[in-house]
Structures are given as structure tokens and as C-alpha cells.
Design a protein around this ligand. Structure first.
Ligand code: GRF
Length: 187
């Protein structure tokens, strides 16, 4: 199988990145991670790039300069899929026009509920019965593109923000690879 050359954008911990790197080693998994981009110099996730000898780029300038630079690298590495994994910035219309429906994001709630930041505290405050995560295509609006896949679980009354995050991320490690397989199933 010809694996699709993929770039992962991060801003922080990179546990989803780590998981995708692991999955991409499977012969049958449809992508290979060729480039990692961070807009934060000290993002922990950069360590996974180093450990796995994957080229990475830190660009912590304003959005326009960031995107212009990234676009050159995406071309250089012939990237056909961009995974946003904890990337905390909105991409411009210009960028998305160029990359069309090739940008996907993972969000720690059951979208369209709880878009944006501080997701776990808002979910708890709202006394939700269930939650989960969503992988979706990215458009110019925050956490609003077409949904590819969701994973759901029931909230335990004892769950606090920390537990909710652990449980949600466990689902994320299933959802992101599943969404990628779904995208390329018919190719
Ligand atoms: C994930 O929970 C994801 O849903 C959100 O940011 C978090 C990133 O976590 N967009 P990590 O950096 O992959 O550990």
C-alpha cells in the first residue's frame, strides 16, 4: 500500500501524535508521518519527533508568516493529510483553500457540543451524562467541520476534570486512527 504522507500539527503534550506514530508503523495503516509542526518551542510532543527521527519544524511567529512557511514545507514533503493533534490555533481561509478537505482535527467533546477551550470543566458544570471525542474535517470556524467519527462514554458521578481527560484521551487514541482509516477506506 502507498501510504499517504502526513503532517501532524501540535502545540503541547503530543500524546495523540505519539499514538499516531505508533499506528503508522502498521503495514496496513494508511498514513506515514513525514513532518511534525509545532507553534510552541517547548511543546513536549516535539520529543516524539526527535525520538522517531521525524523532521519537525517550530514556527512561533504570527499566523500569516507561520502558514506561509509551513506551506513551503508541506510542498517539500509532498504532504496530503494534515492532522491537528492539540494544535491550538485557527487556520486561515487561504490555508484551508489550498489544503481543502485534507485537514482533520480531534476535539475532546461530542461535537457540536462544547466547542472551544476548557471543555472538561464545561462538560462537568453542565452535568452531562455522556461525553467523548470527535474527529472532524477543519473549516474556518472553530470545531465546526464535517464529522468523521465520534467515541462516546458515560460520565461517572465521581469523575473530575482529571479523570474525564484521561478517559477522553483513551477514546481519542482509538478515534483518530479509526477516522484516518475511514477517510482512506475507499481510495
Ligand atoms: C486532545 O485532548 C485533543 O482533543 C485536544 O487537545 C488535546 C491534545 O492532547 N484538541 P495531546 O497533545 O495529543 O496529548
Amino acid at each position: 500500500m502507498v501510504k499517504k504522507k502526513t503532517c501532524v500539527f501540535i502545540s503541547g503534550n503530543g500524546s495523540n501524535l505519539k499514538n499516531l506514530i505508533l499506528k503508522s508503523r502498521d503495514y496496513n495503516f494508511p498514513i506515514i508521518i513525514k513532518l511534525i509542526v509545532s507553534n510552541k518551542k517547548h511543546a513536549f510532543g516535539i520529543n516524539y519527533a526527535k525520538k522517531n527521527s521525524i523532521p519537525f519544524l517550530v514556527v512561533n511567529t504570527n499566523r500569516r508568516l507561520f502558514e506561509n512557511k509551513i506551506l513551503l514545507y508541506l510542498k517539500k514533503y509532498k504532504i496530503t493529510l494534515i492532522c491537528l493533534a492539540g494544535y491550538m490555533r485557527i487556520l486561515s481561509k487561504k490555508f484551508l483553500n489550498l489544503y481543502g478537505n485534507k485537514v482533520i482535527n480531534i476535539h475532546p467533546s461530542l461535537l457540536p457540543k462544547f466547542k472551544g477551550l476548557n471543555t472538561y470543566s464545561r462538560i462537568l458544570k453542565n452535568s452531562e451524562i455522556k461525553t467523548g471525542c470527535t474527529v472532524h474535517y477543519v473549516n474556518e470556524k472553530l470545531d465546526s467541520g464535517n464529522i468523521i467519527t465520534k467515541k462516546i462514554f458515560f460520565i461517572d458521578p465521581k469523575d473530575d476534570e482529571k479523570l474525564l481527560k484521561i478517559k477522553t484521551q483513551k477514546k481519542e487514541y482509538l478515534a483518530f486512527p479509526e477516522a484516518i482509516i475511514k477517510i482512506y477506506r475507499n481510495y
